[in-house]
Design a protein around this ligand. Structure first.
Ligand SMILES: [Zn+2]
Length: 301
């Protein structure tokens, strides 16, 4: 459980942020890979700012985050803002001088005002929206969300859903099941939707929704947590590589899957290496970079 201890502090503040955190650490071992093959451009399509304090002003992106990303060849990141309104209020984002390109997702929770999100979209503060299914006990087609999907259509920004396992034991996971997104995708065919975490562990539901609907995508974030190079290789194979590989063949579309981590819950570089094992090499640039660049507009200046 060293793995757990190492991540205990980030996990603590993440209880409020809300993410998948399935715990699968059954031993230690290393994933072997050829360092020379490591991708030279990566977008992390699922990330968060590490905000430790609700009271203190938090300036983001932090130097630590920038450096960590640069060391991992991450040139762009999609950041989901916290659902906790106190943390959100204290957040100051300075991304103009950053070497990394940022797409910021507005959190859509019951306290969110439509007008505030629209203002943020107009000012280009936001490039996407994040719906915290499960953490918020409402289905994706709850009337509350409909106006936000219309807004996403108007401003042509994608909507990301938390799907699958939730960290918070009090969350109601039935609301995070990916199959419901089929109907959302049909009702809003002009909006692109992303199922976070591949719907973990409902991979087959997520795959069917992605396969069937042109406007549904997945991020590959956080199928395990922490540093997967220190996890049992067999567990990594079963819980990360195999589901991703199966998903890849099922959806038959190299544009549908996007690399993501759920940083700071995961170490980026070892997870990149695990995903390299799951996706055919000739499609790495799409999965690690191009798909997210196009979907979140990170290929524009
Ligand atoms: Zn997350």
């Amino acid at each position: 459980m060293l793995f757990f201890i190492r991540f205990i502090s980030i996990v603590t503040f993440f209880t409020v942020l809300g993410c998948t955190t399935t715990w699968h650490q059954k031993g230690t071992g290393l994933i072997h890979f050829d360092e020379a093959l490591y991708p030279n451009r990566i977008i992390d399509a699922h990330s968060h700012f590490a905000i430790e304090d609700e009271v203190k002003e938090s300036q983001q992106p932090s130097t630590q985050m920038e450096q960590m990303y640069q060391n991992a060849n991450v040139v762009g990141a999609v950041v989901h803002l916290p659902q906790n309104p106190q943390k959100l209020k204290k957040l100051k984002i300075f991304r103009e001088k950053s070497k990394i390109k940022w797409a910021i997702c507005a959190p859509i929770v019951p306290t969110t005002l439509l007008a505030t999100v629209e203002e943020g979209l107009k000012r280009h503060d936001y490039q996407c929206m994040k719906v915290y299914l499960g953490y918020v006990p409402r289905y994706a087609l709850d009337p509350f969300y409909i106006a936000f999907y219309k807004l996403a259509e108007k401003y042509r920004v994608p909507v990301v859903f938390h799907t699958g396992d939730t960290y918070d034991k009090k969350a109601k996971v039935k609301y995070a099941e990916p199959l419901q997104i089929d109907e959302v995708a049909l009702r809003f065919p002009k909006v692109n939707f992303v199922l976070a975490h591949m719907g973990n562990p409902w991979f087959s539901s997520a795959a069917e929704v992605v396969y069937k609907n042109d406007n549904v995508f997945v991020d590959l974030s956080a199928l395990m947590l922490g540093d997967v190079s220190k996890a049992n290789p067999e567990a990594v194979e079963e819980l990360v590589t195999k589901p991703m590989r199966w998903f890849w063949f099922y959806v038959e579309n190299p544009k549908k899957m996007m690399f993501g981590t759920d940083w700071p819950l995961m170490e980026v570089k070892p997870y990149v290496q695990a995903v390299m094992k799951a996706v055919p090499k000739e499609h790495w640039d799409e999965v690690f970079y191009k798909n997210a660049a196009e979907l979140f507009g990170l290929d524009k200046n």
